[in-house]
Each structure stands twice: as structure tokens, then as C-alpha cells.
Design a protein around this ligand. Structure first.
Ligand code: NAD
Length: 511
């Protein structure tokens, strides 16, 4: 029987206004869940509920909140296989990667459960006697979190876990096409004993979410917005929050470059390009966009890369494959548009393009019933091409050449994103010059553009985000506000900068 899921606000199911069918992209006739979509009123009501619940949650001592995070981690670990299977079923991510995604939630909980016993403030010396200065981290209030569905459980956990640990309440809006995975994660969080209303999940489409968020911001029931998704929608969310004098945490798209120096280990580079270009069918925010390869090794690299891509296993995501189907019909349609950006001056070096069907098979694989696409490598890409300048969420990688590292850096920064990047080189000076010159928030040396760790800052610049960072201690600044306190116990009014003791130096002194 098809799962029926609806939003949960204040611990209670909230009826949907319309129904969305989340389908299995590997077998599109299979409905994974019938999702009741809420309207803007429900979103705004959830924010009011969260505001109410947050007051009591903030009073729970942080070490105790840390124990709740510990329980979430243990629950996710104990349910890892079933959650990963659901992710595979709903978005077509190969099972091994889905299991890795679930592991990332456990790692995030492991990091933040200890933060419950730190969440340090400081004691700061005063310029006056008998006066003490302190800093405290205060929770922000209510966080509204809106997420994409390509990492339907790990990326949301990067918001939910630290936000809750810091004493905030959350209203979470998962992507429609990953709603069942989101609902399952919500249930695991709830089972850890979070009081009703501290975490709420609202399923809604983009337009209703925007209207609901706008209303909540007007009502003063949202104090921080976390948004992971496209640069286009991120811009709108950033404008809206800016009007309310808030700065959202924006985690957006990427056009991630990989530079291959003449001294690179080419086999390693091919392996990295294959994994970051076509793993998750090229639908990671950190997926490889363009290979920028030194002209002296271009031919050799392209020959080896094209061979590796032709031999890569694409197929049912519960099998041992590099990639399964695209996430959802909307991504398949968008990807077909990206393929129209291939121009006569380009050369497709990877074989067939387009949807894998009985008429356009990949070896014996006919892709029947699923949203399967041939992985595509396009050589001869130029800096003015759309393929070079814009994110192409899906299995297509461009290749271009350079002569000097300065030229490679200029090309790598040109599209104006700035999420992830990579360089393959055996020279330390190249690696450090690349690190200094690249505008990306994340830099890999002799590694693919993909692969985050729960305790390292994750985030981008430019079209990839507004400089916010998730993960590790850095995300604490998103979900807390610093408060400074001074306490004067001198018994008199001591005025800063005025009543300061003076020690007179002899500045004319010379040896
Ligand atoms: P999207 O921007 O279309 O949707 C993301 C979320 O926003 C969904 O939940 C959607 O329902 C909601 N939404 C859509 N329109 C909205 C609006 N007007 N107001 C409020 N919410 C709205 O993104 P997508 O196409 O689902 O996801 C793919 C994109 O996400 C890619 O660009 C990818 O690079 C990016 N992404 C970034 C990261 C990161 O951490 N930087 C991680 C994963 C995905």
C-alpha cells in the first residue's frame, strides 16, 4: 500500500490541501508516497507553534540537549539500512552512497552531542578594575529550513542538529520529491524525545513555502532561514530575508572546476573526475562542472577519461553502479535542456547522449521504466559557452585547456560560483597557489570535487552562497547570537575609555 504522509506541526498531523506523488525514479510507475502538501497558512502556523515551543526548549541545559542529539545519532545508526533503502527508492541514489549519506547524519550527531557540553562563551578582561566582561551564545529563536532533495537526509541534518542543539526550534520544509525520506528522518528525530513543536516538518511547494515564509517573517516568528537549493531560488529567499534585516544561510548551486596540471597523476585524476562528474548522476552541488586540463596532457587525459566513462556502470541503484537514474522527472526535463547547449564546436567524446532506452541503449542496459541518462563528456568547451558558465545539474562534464596556472585560475573562477574546486598536481607550490587564487569555499588537492566531512566547514561564495558555512564549530555562528555582558562590582559608575588607569611610559628612552 502507498505511504500517505502529511506535515507534522506541534507533534500532530496537519492535513494537506493537495496531493503530490513522490515516485521512484528507477521505476517511475511506482509511487513511493502520496504527500499531502500544505499551504502558506500551515507554514506560518508551524512557525508560530515553533516560537511557542522554543521558549521551554531553550531552558533545557545544553548538555541535556546534547543527550537528545546523541539519541538521534543512535536511532539513525540503528535504522541506517532502512533509511538508506528509502533514499535509494525515492531519489535513485545508489545504495552504497545512500548508506554513506545516512552515516553523515550519525557523524554530525557525534560531533554536536559533545558541543552540548562546550557551547563555550568567554571571560574577557576589562580596561577598568572590579569589572568583569563575558560573552554568551544565545539561541536565535526559530529557524525555518528549506532543503533540496539530492541529499534528502544528510544536508537537512547539517541544519537540524546544530539548530536544535543550540536551543532553537525548527520548521523544516523538505523537497517534494524527497518527502518520504524527510518524513522518515523527522520520525527518527521525534523518537529521540524532542518535545512537540520543537521540530516541525511541513511539506509544501515552492510558491506556498515562499508565501508562508513571508508571512512568518512579518509576524516575527522566524529568526533564521536556512536554504539549500538552486542559486535562482536562493536569490529570492536572500532578498526576502534581507528585507527583514536577516541574513539567511544560503547553500546554493555550483559549477565546480577541476584543474589538471602537467605533473598530475593522470589515472588518479581520471578516477576523481569520474566520481565527481558522474556519481549521483552528476546531481551533487559539488559535482564536477568543467575539467580544465593543461594542453600538454589534454589528449591523454581525454582519451583515458572517455574510456572510463564509457565503461562506468549505470543501472538500477540497488546494484553495484556508479550512478542510477536522475532524481525526478523535473530534473530529467531540465537535463535534456542542458544537452541542447552542446554546440557544433564541441566534441562529445563519451559515446551516446540522452535518455537510455531500447533504441538508445547502454550496452545491454535499456533503462526501462526509469529516468536513466547516458553520461556525457563534452570536449572543446569555451569560456563563453553556457555549458562552461552555468550549473548543469546532471551527468555532463565539459573539458577545456589552459597554458599557465594563472590562466587556469581565471577560467576556474570565471563562472562566478564558488562552492568546491580541485587541482591534481604533484607540486606543492601549484597546490598552494591554486588555494590562494580560487574563489571556492572548498579546495581539494589530488581528490575529487565531492566529499564533505561533518567537522569541516561546508559552503560557498558568489553564486554558490553568501559566505555562510555549515558543519563543525563554524555553523554555531548561524544558530546562536553572541551576547556581551559587563558586570561592574566597584560600587561606582566607571566609564569606559574615560575612567581608565594610565601608566605613563618614557617614550623618549633610547639604549
Ligand atoms: P530548488 O531551488 O528548486 O528547490 C530547493 C527547495 O526550495 C525545495 O524544497 C523547493 O520546494 C523549495 N522552493 C522552490 N521554490 C521556492 C521558493 N520560491 N521559495 C521558497 N522555497 C522554494 O532546488 P532543486 O532544483 O530542488 O535542487 C537542486 C539545486 O540545489 C542545485 O542547484 C544544487 O546544486 C543545489 N544544492 C546545493 C547544496 C549546497 O549545499 N550548496 C546541496 C544540495 C543541492
Amino acid at each position: 500500500m502507498t505511504r500517505q504522509i502529511v506535515s507534522v506541526v506541534g507533534g500532530k498531523d496537519a492535513a494537506g490541501m493537495s496531493t503530490y506523488q513522490s515516485t521512484n525514479p528507477a521505476r517511475t510507475s511506482e509511487v513511493v508516497a502520496a504527500v499531502g502538501l500544505a499551504d502558506a497558512d500551515t507554514f506560518a502556523a508551524a512557525c508560530r507553534t515553533a516560537k511557542e515551543a522554543q521558549r521551554e526548549w531553550a531552558k533545557v541545559p545544553p548538555p541535556v540537549r546534547g543527550r537528545v542529539i546523541a539519541s538521534i545519532g543512535r536511532l539513525v545508526e540503528a535504522n541506517a539500512e532502512s533509511l538508506a533503502r528509502l533514499v535509494t527508492e525515492e531519489i535513485g541514489k545508489p545504495y552504497a552512497e545512500a548508506l554513506g549519506e545516512v552515516r553523515e547524519i550519525v557523524d554530525t550527531c557525534d560531533f554536536f552531542l559533545g558541543e552540548g557540553r562546550r557551547l563555550y562563551g568567554q571571560t574577557v578582561p576589562s580596561e577598568m578594575p572590579d569589572k568583569n566582561l563575558f560573552t554568551f551564545r544565545n539561541p536565535v529563536g526559530v529557524a525555518a529550513v528549506i532543503t533540496a532533495g539530492n541529499f534528502p537526509v544528510a544536508v537537512p541534518s547539517w541544519y537540524l542538529v546544530p539548530a536544535l542543539l543550540c536551543g532553537n526550534a525548527v520548521v523544516w520544509k523538505p523537497a517534494e520529491y524527497a518527502a518520504a525520506s524527510g518524513h522518515a528522518l523527522y520520525r527518527l528525530f521525534a523518537a529521540a524525545g524532542l518535545p512537540d513543536g520543537v521540530l516541525n516538518v511541513v511539506f509544501a511547494d515552492g510558491a506556498e513555502t515562499f508565501r508562508g515564509l513571508e508571512r512568518a517573517l512579518e509576524e516575527g516568528t522566524v529568526h533564521k532561514v536556512g536554504f539549500t537549493g538552486s542559486s535562482e531560488v536562493g536569490r529570492k529567499v536572500g532578498e526576502l530575508t534581507g528585507r527583514h534585516l536577516q541574513s539567511a544561510c544560503l547553500e546554493l548551486g555550483g559549477k565546480n572546476p577541476m584543474v589538471i596540471m602537467p605533473d598530475a597523476d593522470l589515472d588518479l585524476a581520471v578516477e576523481g573526475a569520474l566520481f565527481s562528474g558522474f556519481g549521483t548522476a552528476g546531481q551533487r552541488c559539488t559535482s564536477l562542472g568543467t575539467v580544465i586540463v593543461h594542453e600538454s596532457v589534454h589528449d591523454e587525459f581525454v582519451a583515458r577519461f572517455a574510456r572510463a566513462v564509457r565503461e562506468a556502470a549505470i543501472g538500477a541503484p540497488d546494484g553495484d553502479v556508479l550512478a542510477g537514474p536522475l532524481l525526478d522527472q523535473k530534473f530529467a526535463e531540465r537535463y535534456e535542456e542542458y544537452l541542447t547547449w552542446i554546440q557544433p564546436h564541441h566534441e562529445v567524446v563519451s559515446g551516446a547522449t540522452g535518455r537510455i532506452t531500447a533504441d538508445n541503449p547502454r550496452g545491454a542496459f535499456t533503462g526501462e521504466g526509469g529516468l536513466y541518462y547516458h553520461p556525457v563528456v563534452v570536449d572543446g568547451v569555451r569560456p563563453s559557452d553556457r555549458l562552461f558558465l552555468e550549473e548543469t545539474f546532471g551527468p555532463v562534464v565539459g573539458v577545456t585547456t589552459f597554458r599557465t596556472l594563472d590562466e587556469a585560475l581565471e577560467l576556474a573562477n570565471l563562472p562566478g560560483y564558488g562552492l568546491s574546486s580541485s587541482i591534481y598536481t604533484t607540486e606543492a607550490t601549484n597546490a598552494f597557489r591554486f588555494r590562494e587564487g580560487i574563489s571556492a569555499g572548498m579546495v581539494s588537492v589530488n581528490n575529487s570535487t565531492s566529499g564533505a566531512e561533518a567537522h569541516l566547514p561546508f559552503g560557498g561564495n558568489g553564486k554558490s552562497g553568501n559566505g555562510s558555512r555549515q558543519s563543525g564549530m563554524w555553523v554555531l555562528d548561524q544558530f546562536t547570537r553572541w551576547q556581551a555582558m559587563n558586570w561592574d562590582h566597584s560600587g561606582r559608575l566607571q566609564k569606559a575609555q574615560m575612567d581608565v588607569a594610565d601608566i605613563t611610559p618614557d617614550l623618549g628612552f633610547r639604549l
